[in-house]
Ligand binder design. Structure first.
Ligand code: PAF
Length: 285
């Protein structure tokens, strides 16, 4: 695996591959890699792509300074994992490489409309603007044929699909959504899980259980009843705070009053345990 710390070096390696007609698959990440990331790398490799992974903890997408400071970093282990799974290039830029001249500001507001005002957008103001800013930069540098993202961050996937339409230079990039990878307990793999004690790691599985409960009881209770029941379940299981449990249209993420047959619906949740904010979601049909 080649490790490139500069934009120029990464483009040199990637352009050589493009010239020999290799397709480029890209997995953007913030490191602290886990099986969820590996599934994305593997999907890209299995599709025959020359595969690039980036590791960059992007300051502009953190609305909470403590979350940024405590974001797990394990670069040596990440490199070993990427080599093991035959990733071809690791793009590992510094903050000044990605934001030259101290440019840690949002220069261009992305018109994300309603996507930005609900769920993660509502509870993490500015988060998706920061995500768009960095992903647009990464895609402009690497310009892959294929981009791989995980379903755990379903709203982020929708934001990135918007970005690919919004910037015509990126419109040929094919976005692939890969299933959420889970621990045996059902807990969605997440870099933030590393901040949990063993005991709370077990308790955190209640987040997925609560989504399964919604799916199993969707016809039995009204949506407000379900949202209330599940919030209580999570608090009882050891979560300190529930930001949201929302049953929404899977195409718009707007909350719905009832699930109609053939209407794509999704239940999404965000809650805190041991001060760590976890998210998850489950398709309902
Ligand atoms: O999902 C992530 O890890 C990040 O939001 C991403 C897409 C790498 C942008 O920093």
């Amino acid at each position: 695996m080649v490790i490139c710390k500069s934009i120029v070096a990464s483009q040199e390696v990637i352009n050589t591959q493009k010239q020999t007609n290799h397709t480029i698959g890209f997995v953007p990440s913030m490191g602290a890699l886990h099986e969820g990331h590996i599934a994305l790398i593997t999907a890209s490799k299995q599709a025959g792509n020359f595969t690039v992974c980036s590791i960059f903890v992007n300051p502009t997408q953190f609305n909470n300074q403590e979350d940024f400071e405590k974001y797990p970093v394990s670069i040596e282990a990440d490199i070993a994992l990427l080599i093991h799974y035959r990733c071809d290039v690791l793009f590992l830029p510094s903050v000044s490489e990605m934001y030259p001249n101290n440019g840690l500001k949002l220069t261009k507001p992305y018109p994300l409309s309603a996507l930005e005002n609900v769920l993660e957008g509502q509870y993490r103001p500015g988060h998706f603007q920061g995500v768009c800013q960095i992903v647009e930069r990464l895609l402009t540098i690497i310009h892959p044929h294929h981009l791989y993202m995980g379903s755990k961050d379903y709203q982020q996937f929708m934001v990135i699909s918007f970005l690919l339409q919004f910037n015509p230079a990126l419109s040929t990039i094919q976005l692939h959504l890969q299933p959420t990878v889970r621990e045996q307990s059902g807990l969605a793999m997440s870099s933030r899980n590393r901040r949990l004690s063993d005991e709370n790691l077990k308790k955190a599985a209640a987040l997925y259980q609560s989504l399964l409960f919604v799916k199993a009881h969707i016809l039995q209770f009204t949506i407000p009843e379900l949202e209330h029941l599940v919030t209580q379940m999570l608090l009882k299981a050891g979560f300190e705070k529930v930001d949201y449990i929302s049953i929404a249209d899977a195409n718009t993420l707007m909350s719905i009053a009832s699930v109609q047959p053939n209407q794509p619906a999704v239940v999404l949740a965000a809650a805190y345990i041991q001060g760590v904010r976890l998210i998850d979601n489950l398709m309902l049909n």
